[in-house]
Design a protein around this ligand. Sequence first.
Ligand code: HEM
Length: 134
Amino acid sequence: MPTPAAEQIPDTPFYRLGGHATMEAICNRFYDLMESEPEYAELRAMHAADLAPMRQSLPLFLAGWSGGPRDWFAANPGRCMMSIHKPFTIGPDVAGQWAEAMKRAIADVAPEPADMARAMGEVLENLARGMARP
Ligand code: HEM
């Protein structure tokens, strides 16, 4: 996809954080942490053995969600994040693991601009914790 001229770039979190390269870096760090850190073991165990499809899918979802290209939404018409997760039993602990790993991934690879990075972590944390059922 051609890069828009500077004056045509929308002022959204996606572009302010650095576009696709940033979303990919965040998600790769997130899944690296999930695979390597014992505190995320329960979260890791819920996912398929091969995380390659998630390493592709999550950055595309985050791109559209944060005001960038909406390829994921075009490829998944009518699918919402809450219903996608309905089949899984998500308790507060595992939702917390997701939120902590994501905030750590953002802090590690995309800390600037700081207000935007912090806001993205907080909103994703709320989304993850909102998926939990006691
Ligand atoms: C609250 C804790 C969460 C848990 C335990 C969880 C778990 C899962 C699992 C087990 C899958 C199936 C993929 C696989 O088996 O490898 C999945 C898919 C997915 N999750 Fe989550 N998830 C959580 C939160 C989130 C949040 C907050 C988002 C978005 C910001 C998200 C985005 C996705 C996406 C995009 C997919 C793939 C959907 C697709 O393309 O088919 N997840 N999740």
